[in-house]
Design a binder for this molecule. Structure first.
Ligand code: A3P
Length: 311
């Protein structure tokens, strides 16, 4: 199926090919996974799916959500907390990773509530959202994080450079602007979740990386309420929220052994360490020419006009 799809070779990364599946560009294995997820993934009512475009704070949100969900078994200060032993991505399944390798049967064996991660556009996980009026599928909970696209471009470049040293920053800006980045166009990815969140706020929580940076504790409380696991007065008194924020901070996670060694993807030489860089808002100011800024801002203004999303 994938070989019949339109293909785009990324400038500066000739071995990186993206395929256009139902309007979204994806690496070969993800395109195959997308079709399989659409057909075969049946969420349970109490599933939680963390979703994002790559380089928008996925690792952070995965860690915060995981730490919030397991806090009664593993309080954030526990010496044997999984986040002290594993990279956050090892704590939960990645949907396209499983479906691309036909290991999705593993999902069935997981106890509820399952926590999963994906970069797929919402269109690829159609059963995640309850059908209007309650008919059909029951849906599950989805937590989405989005980020200022110009910072997404900077983060993407720094990350991909580990695997593709020839890749220029301007190539990545072109990728984003042309809509050909992985899981792009970014505007369609963001809008899919944004609209679902507006229509079904109890099903889709729409978070912003920049807001998380400004007030992580308040966003963790929001996350917990959305999950139906609000922090109790005792937990607040015991500093559990702040414990989770601290455990999942860039400073703490990046210093831990499982995040300093090994690879996210050994085939492409992407080290886990590269998941943790500056973690700030506005790094684009250090990278973009005025022309790049104008180009990206005008795309954002055009694509998000009338939607209520601003960056
Ligand atoms: P920068 O490259 O701008 O620093 P993803 O997890 O989706 O790949 O996103 C990676 C981005 O999130 C990187 O941004 C990384 O530094 C930042 N990040 C990773 N862990 C973080 C954390 N615990 N707190 C804040 N930002 C974090």
């Amino acid at each position: 199926m994938v070989s019949s799809l339109p293909c785009h070779t990324v400038t500066g990364a000739s071995s990186l090919k993206l395929f256009r599946y139902q309007g979204f560009w994806m690496p070969e294995s993800w395109a195959a996974a997308a079709a399989a997820i659409q057909r075969r993934f049946e969420p349970r009512l109490d599933d939680v799916i963390v979703s994002s475009l790559p380089k928008c704070g996925t690792t952070w949100l995965v860690a915060l959500t995981f730490a919030t969900m397991v806090r009664r078994v593993y309080p954030p200060g526990a010496a044997d907390h999984p986040l002290r032993r594993l990279n956050p991505h090892q704590c939960l399944p990645f949907l396209e990773g499983l479906f691309a390798t036909r290991r999705e049967g593993k999902l069935e064996g997981l106890p509820s509530p399952r926590l999963m991660n994906t970069h797929m556009p919402l269109q690829m996980i159609p059963h995640a959202i309850a059908a209007p009026g309650g008919g059909g599928g029951g849906g599950c909970r989805v937590i989405y994080i989005c980020r200022e696209p110009k910072d997404m471009a900077v983060s993407t470049w720094h990350y991909l450079r580990h695997a593709y040293p020839e890749l220029a920053f301007s190539d990545v800006v072109d990728l984003l602007c042309d809509g050909t980045m992985a899981c792009g166009p970014f505007w369609d990815h963001i809008l899919g979740y944004w609209r679902a969140s507006a229509a079904s706020p109890a099903s889709v929580l729409f978070l912003r990386y920049e807001q998380l940076l400004l007030d992580p504790a308040e966003n963790v409380r929001r996350l917990a309420r959305f999950l139906g696991l609000p922090f109790s007065t005792d937990e607040e008194k015991d500093g559990v929220v702040h414990g989770i924020v601290e455990l999942c901070s860039l400073h703490t996670l990046s210093a831990m052994e499982p995040n300093r060694t090994g690879y996210v993807d050994p085939r492409h030489k992407l080290p886990r360490q590269a998941l943790f860089r500056k973690g700030m808002a506005g790094d684009w100011k250090n990278h973009m020419t005025p022309e790049m800024v104008r180009r990206m801002d005008s795309i954002v203004a055009d694509r998000f006009r009338t939607t209520g999303i601003t960056f």
